[in-house]
Design a protein around this ligand. Structure first.
Ligand code: MN
Length: 237
């Protein structure tokens, strides 16, 4: 559990991502969990669990599923600093992970496995999520993986059967940010990123709703602007 690899991959003068060097706040007894929707080269969801001062991280290409019969591939990636949990914005193109990042879900987690380190070493971690979207009992199980390109890094993220299990597609039903209620396209726009690329990660119905909202705003501004320009010319005279 070290941030060496995380630091090596990034240029902190260029990317707005946290360096992990900011002093830690007060010790929280509860453990953070966050899922970041990341429209990089490929859309994926970064699933992160706080453990021993860092965020253990897995990239989940299809995102989490509430359906216990669905196993989602989760590739373990480098540990991230704790303050990464609040990062929502644009990583410049050409930088590591270049693209748009959304805080898709956030909350706390509790271990079901008694000894977390032993469970991680064994490759079978059972836990409960207390997020806005993801709740209840889950498991991460290490698999042999596909090919030998990343030995020991392939896991499966699976929902356990409980009252939070469902066949609804949570990634489609709840596509907005858990902290700003925005879409990827809006985050990209605000951060000067590639809006078109980001929008490919947003559901089409949400994008048409956004387009309607922007059009209404435009009409309202058009109505206001004659009054505004009159005011301006009054001041000028
Ligand atoms: Mn990522």
């Amino acid at each position: 559990m070290t941030l060496k690899e995380y630091t090596k991959k990034r240029h902190f003068g260029v990317t707005p991502e946290p360096s992990g060097k900011t002093p830690k706040g007060k010790k929280e007894s509860s453990l953070l969990f966050v899922v970041q929707k990341h429209r990089a080269t490929q859309l994926h969801y970064d699933f992160r669990l706080e453990w021993k001062g860092v965020l253990l991280s897995w990239a989940v290409p299809k995102g989490p599923s509430l359906d216990p019969s669905v196993k989602r591939l989760a590739m373990q990636v480098e540990d991230h600093p704790l303050d990464y949990a609040n990062f929502e914005g644009v990583i410049p193109e050409g930088e590591y992970g270049g693209g748009t990042v959304m805080v898709w879900d956030k909350g706390t987690w509790t271990a079901e496995s008694e000894d977390v380190d032993a469970a991680l070493a064994k490759g079978d971690l059972k836990f409960n999520l207390h997020g806005k979207k993801l709740k209840g009992s889950w498991v991460l199980v290490r698999t042999r993986g596909f090919g030998s390109s990343n030995p020991g890094k392939s896991w499966l993220l699976i929902k356990h059967r409980d009252q939070y299990a469902s066949t609804e597609d949570i990634t489609v039903e709840r596509p907005r940010s858990a902290i700003s209620n925005t879409l990827l396209a809006e985050i990209a726009h605000a951060g000067g990123g590639d809006v078109e690329k980001a929008a490919t990660g947003d559901p089409i119905q949400e994008l048409s709703r956004l387009a309607k909202r922007l059009a209404a705003k435009q009409r309202a501004t058009a109505k206001q602007s004659p009054a505004r320009s009159r005011q301006r010319s009054k001041k000028a005279s």
